[in-house]
Design a protein around this ligand. Sequence first.
Ligand SMILES: O=C(CO)[C@@H](O)[C@H](O)COP(=O)(O)O
Ligand SMILES: [Fe+2]
Length: 217
Amino acid sequence: MSSPIIAPSVLAADFANLQRDIEMLNESQADWIHIDIMDGVFVPNISFGLPVMEAINQYAKKPLDVHLMIVQPEKYLKAFRDAGAATITVHYEACNHLHRVLEEIKSLDCKAGVAINPHTNVQLLEDTIKDIDVVCMMSVNPGFGGQKFIENTYKKVRQLKEIIAENNAQTLIEIDGGVNGQNAGPLVAAGADVLVAGSFVFKSVDPLLTIEELKNQ
Ligand SMILES: O=C(CO)[C@@H](O)[C@H](O)COP(=O)(O)O
Ligand SMILES: [Fe+2]
C-alpha cells in the first residue's frame, strides 16, 4: 500500500493569515492544496472566489486542487485554470453534460475531477470513469468544514475501486470531508488514493506533524 496523496483544505485555514498558512503547506508533506469554492446555490454556504484563489496561487508551491461546489461550473473552467488550478473538480449533480465538461477541463490542460454527494450512487460514474482523473467522494454533505465523517463512504470506495478496475481506468479516489487520524488508515486500506483534510490539519496543535501523520498511513 503506497502512501496517500494529502490535500489539506484551505477552507479551514486562517483567512486573516492566508499567506502564512500557504507557506506552512509549502514546507509540509502535503502534496496538493485543496480549494473549496462554494456559491451559496449548489451548497448552502459561500466560501470565496477567484480573487482569493489568485492570491493563494501567488504563494502556493504545490498543485491547486479546485473543488467547485457551484451551479453551471462550465462557465468558470477557464477562469479557474487561469487562476492556477491543476485539477478542476465539478459536481456530478451540477452537470447536465458531464462528458462535455470533462473534455473541456482536459482541453485546458487540467486534471478532470468529478465530485459525488453522499447520496449519489458510484455506479452512475461507470460510463465516464475512463475520462475522470479524480473522483472526489464526499464523505460529508458538501458546504461546510468540520462535519462528521459518513461511515457508508467505505462501502462506496470499495464499489468505486471495482468499477475503476473493471474498466481498466487510472482514476484516483479522493475522500473529502471529516477525514481524521482514525479513519485515514481504513480509508487507504479500502482503496482511497487522496485524502482531503481541513479541520483535522488546521485546527491541530501542530499542522506540519498532523500532515506527516496522515501521509504515513
Ligand atoms: O468540500 C468540502 C466541504 O464541502 C471539504 O473540502 C471540507 O473543506 C473538508 O473539511 P473537513 O471536513 O476536513 O473539516
Ligand atoms: Fe472539498
